[in-house]
Design a protein around this ligand. Structure first.
Ligand code: FNR
Ligand code: LAC
Length: 346
C-alpha cells in the first residue's frame, strides 16, 4: 500500500524494524512526556487563514544560511541509519538532494562522512564534541574538507539520558556501528560507541573554538529558552535550532513548538531559527514557519521512511510533506513564506 502520509511510513516501519532498533528510534527519555508533548503541542495550535489571497501560485522555496532550498523542511541528524536500511545515510542524502532540501549528517552515522558527501546536495554536519579534542578537531576538518556547509553543534547532550526502552530491550543492538571512526584506533572506537565520551564540560567557549577551526557557519542545536538564544546571538552563532532532541534527553523539557516563539523573539532576526520535534504534517511546518522558524526538520519520520523503502521512501516522504505544505499555504492564504506571521496561529 502506497503511504499517504508520514503516519503510514511509521506504521510500516514498526513492522519492519528489529525490536531493539525500533526501541532506540521511537523511544525517548524517562516517562517520554516531552516526546508525546512535541506532537501534541503542534496539534493544539489552530490556524487563522486569510481568504482571497491569490493562492494559485504557492512558492515554498527559501534560503538557509544563504543556500537555496526548495522548501523549508529539512532532515535532522539521526545516528546509525544503517540499522534502518543498507543504503543508510547515502540513500537519505541522495533523497534530500533530489528533493532540494538540506540533509544533516550525524557524527554517529553508520557511513563515514566522506561517503555520505557522495550523495551531493546541501549537507550540514552535526557535531558531537568528544573529550578527545584531537578526535573532535579531525571531524571538523574532515567535514569542512568534504563540502559540508554548516557545523550543527548539538548542545542538549552533555551527558547521556536514561532511555528505558533501550535499557529493557537493546541498547547493545545499536552500539559500535559508526563509520566516522577508525576501527584500528581504540580511543576512536570507544568514542564512537559510548556516548559518555561526549565532553560534559563544554561551555559557551566552544563557539570560538569551532570558529578557530573552520570557516563554516555555526548552528547550535538544542536551545529552548530566550536566555540561551540571547547568549547564542552574543556569541555570534549563525543559527539557533530549537530542539529537545525529540524528547530523548531531558524529559519534561518544554515542547519544541512552545519554545519556538520566545527563541525567535530573542533572536530578533540576528540568527536564523529552526525547529524540530514532532513535525509530522505540512500543517506542523506552516505553524512553525508562522511562529518564527525559517525551517523545520524531521528526525524519526525520515528514519522510518528510509526503513520502509530506502532512498525512494525518503523521497516519497519529502514529497508528501511538500504537497501538504503547499496545500496548507494555499488554504491559509499565504502563497509566499513572507506572508506568514504569528497572527496566522492561535
Ligand atoms: C536523533 N537525534 C539526534 N540528534 C543529534 O543532534 N545527533 C544525533 O546523532 C541524533 N541521533 C538521533 C537518533 C535517532 C534514532 C533519533 C530519533 C533522533 C535527534 C534528532 O536530530 C531530532 O532532534 C529529533 O529526532 C526531532 O524529533 P522528531 O522529528 O523525531 O520528532
Ligand atoms: C541519540 C543520540 C545519538 O539521540 O543523539 O540517539
Amino acid at each position: 500500500m502506497q503511504p499517504l502520509n508520514l503516519h503510514d511510513f511509521e506504521a510500516r516501519a514498526r513492522e519492519l524494524l528489529d525490536p531493539g532498533v525500533l526501541a532506540y528510534v521511537e523511544g525517548g527519555a524517562l516517562d517520554e512526556i516531552t516526546l508525546r508533548e512535541n506532537a501534541a503541542a503542534f496539534q493544539r495550535r489552530r490556524l487563522r487563514p486569510r481568504v482571497l489571497a491569490g493562492a494559485g501560485d504557492v512558492d515554498p522555496s527559501t534560503t538557509l544560511l544563504g543556500a537555496p532550498v526548495s522548501m523549508p523542511i529539512g532532515i535532522a541528524p539521526t545516528a546509525r541509519q544503517g540499522l534502518a536500511h543498507a543504503g543508510a545515510e547515502l540513500a537519505m542524502a541522495r533523497a534530500a538532494a533530489e528533493a532540494g532540501v538540506v540533509f544533516t549528517a550525524s557524527t554517529m552515522s553508520t557511513m563515514p562522512l566522506e561517503t555520505i558527501a557522495g550523495g551531493g546536495g546541501l549537507r550540514w554536519f552535526q557535531l558531537y564534541v568528544f573529550e578527545d579534542k584531537a578526535l573532535t578537531r579531525s571531524l571538523i576538518e574532515r567535514a569542512t574538507a568534504a563540502g559540508y556547509r554548516a557545523l550543527v553543534l548539538t548542545v542538549d547532550t552533555p551527558v547521556s539520558s536514561k532511555r528505558e526502552r533501550d535499557l529493557r530491550l537493546g541498547v547493545q543492538a545499536v552500539e559500535g556501528v559508526c563509520g566516522n571512526f577508525d576501527p584500528a584506533e581504540p580511543a576512536a572506537v570507544a568514542a564512537a560507541s559510548i556516548t559518555s565520551n561526549f565532553d560534559p564540560n563544554m561551555t559557551w567557549d566552544i563557539v570560538g573554538w569551532l570558529r578557530s577551526l573552520s570557516p563554516l557557519p555555526v548552528v547550535l542545536k538544542g536551545i529552548v529558552t530566550a536566555e540561551d538564544a540571547r547568549r547564542a546571538v552574543e556569541h555570534g552563532v549563525d543559527a539557533i535550532w530549537v530542539s529537545n532532541h525529540g524528547g530523548r534527553q531531558l524529559d519534561r523539557t518544554v515542547a519544541a513548538i512552545d519554545a519556538l516563539e520566545e527563541v525567535a523573539t530573542a533572536a530578533g532576526g540576528r540568527a536564523e531559527v529552526y525547529v524540530d520535534g514532532g513535525v509530522r504534517r505540512g500543517l506542523d511546518a506552516i505553524v512553525a514557519l508562522a511562529l518564527g522558524a525559517r525551517a523545520v526538520f524531521i528526525g524519526r519520520p525520515a528514519y522510518y521512511a528510509l526503513a520502509c523503502n530506502g532512498q525512494a521512501g525518503v523521497h516519497d516522504a519529502l514529497e508528501i510533506l511538500r504537497a501538504e505544505l503547499i496545500n496548507a499555504m494555499a488554504l491559509a492564504g499565504a502563497p509566499s513564506l513572507r506572508d506568514l506571521d504569528p497572527s496566522f496561529v492561535r
